[in-house]
Design a binder for this molecule. Structure first.
Ligand code: AHM
Ligand code: MG
Length: 336
């Protein structure tokens, strides 16, 4: 069976579907090249002294791992010279990264979590890169720095969303608003090859993912929902559920896109200044777009994630996503 490469897929999307323009196609190709380099760095494990802490904290007060910093630099360097971006934003940088004046600027904004699942880096468990592309609203050829405001667009405005998962295989999962497709890196040829066309999230599931150590801080609707799942066959749901929690959102979402499930990092009262753990702009939004494009649903418990109007670049949101019927059920519990 002959399979298409990522480049062929993107050209098709440009030519037939008119889903993307040449600049967006180039942008995705460059991101794909960067994730190959990140996958290589992750794959070297302890061989290159790149495990462990970098000795600093990011803007959110989280300890940076060496590979967080390496992955961030790979993405910045790969993307800043091509002329397709107005600016970039990253989990690892307080402020937007400006395109140096020596390079031309483009009309798109790239946002990313360079290495998601940092706590799993040193223990050889899958980690990943999450990214999102928006149009820059107010550059208009000006050389002004692009400030945070340009990025504060709801997830419905995303043009491209995707992630790479660095697991036993390196995979790139992508949407340009026309379904979700998975590409696997062929390490012999260096190409990403489409291995699943049109991933679909089943509407029902028997599998859930949540960090249960936070249970005492959950709100009542989440407690109720999880208690009902735990009650299994003899409870109100009348069936047994299984639990999986990788601790890398990319890996948990990848499992859900592959075989269904519900993933929750809900609102809790652990730290009243944080309405959730995950970041809206470069974690929740791209994952929500992918899940919706695959027939699933994604909410905060109170609202569709893609409709949230961002107020800050690094803002956090509660996340409930995956199989539609389960997400609708737990979202419904928030409404009563
Ligand atoms: P990170 O971007 O600093 O790695 O944090 C996000 C990660 C997600 O990948 C994962 O779902 C979650 O944090 C795990 O949280 P916890 O450590 O509470 O289980
Ligand atoms: Mg992350």
């Amino acid at each position: 069976m002959s399979r298409i490469t990522l480049s062929q897929f993107l050209i098709q999307q440009q030519r037939d579907g008119e889903r993307i323009c040449a600049e967006l196609r180039f942008l995705v190709e460059v991101v794909a090249r960067a994730v190959k380099a990140i996958g290589n760095a992750v794959g070297k494990g302890g061989l290159t002294n790149s495990l462990g802490e970098a000795g600093g904290e990011n803007v959110q007060g989280e300890v940076q791992k060496k590979l967080d910093v390496i992955a961030n630099e790979i993405l910045l360097e790969a993307n800043e010279w091509g002329g397709h971006l107005a600016a970039m934003a990253s989990e690892e940088m307080d402020l937007p990264h400006q395109i140096p004046n020596r390079y031309p600027k483009g009309e798109f904004l790239l946002l990313f979590d360079p290495l998601d699942g940092s706590s799993n880096i040193d223990v050889n468990i899958s980690v990943g890169t999450i990214f999102s592309v928006l149009r820059c609203p107010e550059l208009n050829g000006s050389v002004e720095p692009v400030d945070e405001k340009a990025f504060l667009q709801p997830g419905t405005q995303q043009l491209v969303a995707g992630y790479a998962v660095y697991g036993a295989a390196t995979q790139l999962v992508l949407t340009v608003g026309n379904g979700v497709h998975a590409f696997t890196l062929d390490r012999e040829t260096g190409s990403f090859v489409m291995t699943t066309e049109n991933m679909r999230v089943p509407e029902d599931t028997k599998e859930y993912a949540i960090n249960a150590s936070n249970a005492r801080w959950w709100e009542a609707p989440v407690k109720r929902y999880i208690d009902e799942l735990l009650a299994g066959k003899s409870g109100p749901r009348g069936k047994d559920f299984n639990m999986r929690w990788v601790g890398s959102m990319v890996a948990d979402v990848h499992r859900i896109l592959t075989r269904g499930g519900i993933f929750m990092y809900p609102k809790d009262t652990k730290d009243p200044t944080k309405p959730g753990k995950l970041r809206l702009m470069y974690e929740a939004n791209p994952m929500a777009m992918l899940i919706e494009q695959a027939g699933g649903a994604a909410t905060t418990g109170y609202q569709r994630i893609l409709d949230v109007q961002p107020e800050k670049l690094h803002q956090r949101v509660p996340v409930i996503l995956g199989s539609k019927n389960e997400v609708e059920r737990v979202t419904g519990y928030h409404a009563v």
